[in-house]
Write a protein of this length. Structure first.
Lengths: 435, 435
C-alpha cells in the first residue's frame, strides 16, 4: 500500500519471477495428483473447508479487521470496504456456497463424444482438468474461497492473486484451504497465493507459459484489460456487462416496463444489470414517458439522447444529455443511458457498436423482430421478453459459476465447472496401423 | 523477397496498420452477413469455388510458376518448393477437398444444450460463427483454399496471410474465392488477404482486438511461437507434434513393431508422426534389438540414449547419442530418438517433460498400465495399442480439419468445423423478471 517505490523492488525482478515460478511449478506438480483424484477426495476437502471456515470464523474476522483498518488509514472507498468486510453471516454464506459446490456433479471424466471407427478403434473424448488455473481478482475475500473451490472441484490447481487490500484475510483463508486439502490426502500446493509478490508477481504469472494453463481475471474493466493485453498464457475475459434492453414497437408496454425496471434495478452493481435502454420511436409518446417516469421514481439517474431528453423535459424530469462515453459505460449504479431508435436495424446497430457482448434483451411481440434480434446480436446471451438479470450460472441450472465469459473462445456466457475443463481423446485399439 | 530494407518501410508503420485494419474491418462487416447465411448459400459458394479451381487451373499454374521461379532465384529449399508447387492433379485434389467440405453438415445453428427453467424461460445454447478468423501460414497454396473453405462453411470471414513465397499463387486463389462468394450472393470481403503488407501486416493482425475474433497459426514451431507470444487476439496453437510411442514390458512384440514403424514411417513430415520411442528395460534384449534393426532397415536415423546406444552398437547398427535437444525435437524426417525406461513412471515422466502435447501411444497388454497412461499423460490424444498416425480429423470422423490443437483452451486435438464456432445462449420468455 506504500506510495513510494521500495528500494529493492527493481533489483529484485528476477527473484520475484523465480518465486512466482516456484509457486506455479509446485501447483503444476500438485495438479497431476488432483487431475486423477476421485470425486470423493475432492468433496472431502471441500467439506473440510466449509467446516473450517465456520470453526475459524473469529480468526478470519480478526484478520479481516486488520485489512479494514489498514483500508481506513489508506482511504479505501466505502463500497470497496463493504466488499472486503467479513462477518459471521457472510462467512456462513461462503461456507454454504462451498457445500453447494460439493453437491454438484464432477465434470472430470465425463464422456463428451465417443464412437467406434470402421477399423475397430474405440474413440472417447473425455473431460479433463485444465491443470493450473490462475485467478486474478480484486479485494473480495469471498472470491478466494469461491475460486479455489471451483478449481478444486474441477480437478485443477489454483494460483490466486487477490487484491492487496484483502491480504491479511486471504492469508488466513488460503491457509484453511491448504489444510483442508491435506486433511483429504490431497497436496496443499494445489491452492497457493502469490499475494506476497504484489503486482510484480502478477506480471510473471501472466507470462508463465508452461506453468499456467488458464488465467481468469475477475473484476473491473481495467483489471481485465491489463490481464488480456499483457498475458501470454490463455485468458478468459469475464464480467464486463454493458447490457442493453430494446423495447420494440410491438412490445407489451406493461411487460416492457417491468422487465426494464428489473433489468436496471434488481441489483445495480452486477454485470447482468441493464445500462442502456433503447426505445422504438413509435413509442415516444406512450411507453417512453411511462418508463422515464418510472425510472426516475426508482431513483435512476438518466443520460438521454436528444429525443429521450425532449421527452424527459416535457415531463419535467431531470436528465443529462448522453455523451458518446455514456453509450460505452457500465454504470454499475442507479444510472442508465436512454436512446430512441427508428427501427430494429438501428437498435441492432447501436448494440453491436457499444455492447460488451454480455447480455441484451428485446421486448417485442413480433416474431420476425425476435428472430432477427437473436440471430444478429453478437452477445453471450440474447433474451426475448425476459430480464437481463437471468444471465447467471445458477439461474441457468449450471450450478456455481466462475463468472460470465464475454469472449467467444472456449466459454461464452456463465462459466460453470465444465468450462474449467479441457478434453482429451482416448483411442483404444488392438494394434491398428494407418494405411 | 528483397534482403534490403525498403526506405518507406519504417515510416509507413501507421499506413500498414490502417490498411490491415481496413481489410479486417471489411471482413467484420462481411462476417455479419455470413453468420446468418443459410447453408445453401455457403455450399453454393464452395461449389462455385471448386468449379473455378478446375476451370482456371492454367492461370493458377502460371502464377505458381512465377512463385517457383522467384523461389529458385532466392534459394527456396527443395522441400519448401515442393509444398509450394501446384499442378493439375494437385489442383484437382484441392477442388475435391472443397467438395468434401460441401458435404459436411453446417455446424452453425446446432443446439448444443437446452432446457426449460422452472419459471418457464426457454434456454438454448446454439452454435454461432466466431466472426473473423485470421489464418497465418506458410507458403502452401492448398492451405489458402482449405482455410477459406472451412471458415466459410462455418459462417466465418477469413483474413489470410500465406507465406510470401506463394504470393502470386495466393493472389489468384483469393481472387477465385472472392468471385465464388459473389456468385452465391455473399460478400466478397468475407475472404481477404493481407499478403501485400508482408510481415509487418501480420504484426497488426495479431493485435487487431475487436476486429479479429480468432487467430490460427499453421506451420512450424517458430511461426506458432511468434504468433502466440505477440498476439493480443485469441489464438489457437496447432500442429507441433513431438509424439511418443512407449512399448511397455507386457506389449505384444509384433504389434509393437508394426505400430512403431507405422507411427514413425507412414509419413514422416506430418505432425502425428512419432519422434521418440521409449522401450521398457525388460525388453532390452528382445524387442529393443528387433525394433532398432527394423528402424535402421527402414532408413531411420537413430538418436539413442546410453542403453539403446549399447544395444545398437551390439548389433553393429549406427546410432548417435541422443542429446537433451533430441528429446524435444520434432524431426519431421526419418529420424527418431530412442530411450530405455525402467518402468511406466519413468515413461510417463519423460513424456510429460518433453512432449508437445499432441499424441502419445502405449503398447501394452496390462490394463492397469493402459489406464494409468491414458489418465496421466496430458496430451490431446492418448492411444492404447494404436498408431499415433490416427490423430486426424477425417480419421476421427470429424470431416476436414483446420489442424490439430495442442492447447487446452477451446479445442484440443483435431479441429473440425465445430471448433471454428462459438456458442450463444438464447433465452425466450414471456415477461419473466428475476426476484
Amino acid at each position: 500500500m506504500s506510495t513510494t517505490v521500495e528500494p529493492a523492488a527493481v533489483a529484485s525482478g528476477d527473484a520475484v519471477r523465480d518465486a512466482v515460478h516456484e509457486v506455479a511449478g509446485r501447483a503444476k506438480q500438485a495438479a497431476r495428483a488432483l487431475a486423477v483424484a476421485p470425486r470423493q477426495a475432492k468433496d472431502a476437502a471441500l467439506t473440510a473447508l466449509a467446516d473450517a471456515l465456520v470453526a475459524n470464523a473469529e480468526q478470519i474476522i480478526a484478520a479481516n479487521q486488520e485489512d479494514l483498518e489498514r483500508g481506513e488509514r489508506t482511504g479505501l472507498a466505502p463500497n470497496l470496504a463493504d466488499r472486503l468486510r467479513l462477518d459471521h453471516p457472510r462467512i456462513a454464506a461462503i461456507a454454504q456456497a462451498v457445500r453447494d459446490i460439493v453437491r454438484l456433479p464432477d465434470p472430470v471424466g465425463e464422456v463428451v463424444r465417443g464412437s467406434t471407427l470402421p477399423n475397430g478403434l474405440q474413440l472417447r473424448q473425455v473431460r479433463v482438468p485444465m491443470g493450473v488455473i490462475g485467478m486474478v481478482y480484486e479485494a473480495r475475500p469471498n472470491v478466494t474461497i469461491d475460486a479455489a473451490a471451483l478449481a478444486l472441484k474441477s480437478g485443477n490447481a489454483a494460483v490466486l492473486r487477490g487484491g492487496s487490500a484483502a491480504e491479511s484475510t486471504n492469508t488466513v483463508l488460503v491457509g484453511l484451504i491448504r489444510a483442508a486439502l491435506e486433511s483429504a490426502g490431497l497436496p496443499a500446493d494445489a491452492v497457493a497465493t502469490i499475494d506476497p509478490w504484489g503486482r510484480e508477481g502478477v506480471q510473471h504469472l501472466m507470462r508463465a507459459r508452461g506453468l499456467v494453463d488458464l488465467l481468469v481475471p475477475r473484476g473491473g474493466a481495467g483489471l481485465i484489460r491489463t490481464v488480456v493485453e499483457n498475458s501470454t498464457v490463455p485468458v478468459i475475459e469475464t464480467g464486463t456487462g454493458n447490457c442493453h434492453v430494446y423495447v420494440d414497437a410491438s412490445a407489451d408496454p406493461q411487460m416492457a416496463l417491468e422487465v426494464t425496471l428489473n433489468a436496471k434495478m434488481r441489483r445495480t452493481s452486477v454485470c447482468n444489470a441493464a445500462e442502456t435502454l433503447l426505445v422504438h420511436s413509435s413509442l415516444a409518446d406512450s411507453f417512453l414517458p411511462t418508463v422515464l417516469t418510472a425510472l426516475k421514481e426508482a431513483g435512476v439517474r438518466l443520460h438521454a439522447d436528444e429525443r429521450a431528453l425532449a421527452a424527459a423535459r416535457a415531463l419535467g424530469i431531470e436528465a443529462e444529455p448522453a455523451t458518446e462515453d455514456d453509450w460505452f459505460t457500465e454504470y454499475l449504479a442507479a444510472e442508465i443511458a436512454v436512446g430512441v431508435v427508428d427501427d430494429l436495424d438501428q437498435a441492432i446497430g447501436h448494440i453491436r457498436t457499444y455492447s460488451s457482448g454480455h447480455t441484451e434483451a428485446i421486448l417485442t411481440s413480433d416474431l420476425r423482430a425476435a428472430n432477427r434480434f437473436t440471430a444478429e446480436i453478437d452477445s453471450a446471451v440474447v433474451a426475448v421478453n425476459a430480464s437481463t438479470a437471468f444471465t447467471d450460472g445458477a439461474e441457468f441450472g449450471l450450478g456455481a459459476e466462475v463468472g460470465i465469459s464475454t469472449q467467444k473462445l472456449h466459454a461464452r456466457g456463465p462459466m460453470g465447472l465444465a468450462e474449467l475443463t479441457s478434453t482429451k481423446w482416448i483411442v483404444t485399439g488392438n494394434g491398428q496401423t494407418r494405411p
